[in-house]
Design a protein around this ligand. Structure first.
Ligand code: SF4
Ligand code: SF4
Length: 123
């Protein structure tokens, strides 16, 4: 089990979750080279200790507490979270391709402001 970042992070990406994570498992951080180009942030599934600190820190409710609790509309982003590795260009490209595929498949969600997007996840 691990927490999962989903699409309200797209267009928000403020890194508030990074600042509260006790084990530095959310990437890319603002001081990592991938940050500027990353469409969203990712949680390393093996390093996350399920503490829950990131959830209230996120201003747009982008973070779910497990893959199982992540809505069906967001399932592609579970893999994006799991493959991203800071400093690994191939992993970055794979994660970003998954995100872009998700964006293309969910124009209806992308048309909603990030702050309201999570409310539409279960629809
Ligand atoms: S649940 Fe805790 S350990 Fe996991 S990403 Fe959030 S803050 Fe980090
Ligand atoms: S706090 Fe939420 S919106 Fe901000 S970077 Fe983390 S997951 Fe993305």
């Amino acid at each position: 089990m691990a927490f999962v970042i989903t699409d309200p992070c797209i267009g928000t990406k403020d890194a508030a979750c990074v600042d509260v994570c006790p084990v530095d498992c959310i990437h890319p951080r603002k001081d990592e080279p991938e940050f500027a180009q990353a469409t969203m942030l990712y949680i390393h599934p093996d390093e996350c200790i399920d503490c829950g600190a990131c959830v209230p820190a996120c201003p747009v409710a982008a973070i779910y507490d497990s893959p199982e609790s992540t809505p069906a509309s967001q399932k592609a982003l579970i893999e994006a979270n799991s493959v991203f590795r800071a400093g690994d260009a191939d992993a970055f490209a794979t994660a970003e391709a998954l995100v872009q595929s998700h964006v293309a498949a969910h124009a209806e969600l992308m048309g909603v402001a990030p702050a309201e997007r999570a409310a539409d996840h279960a629809k």
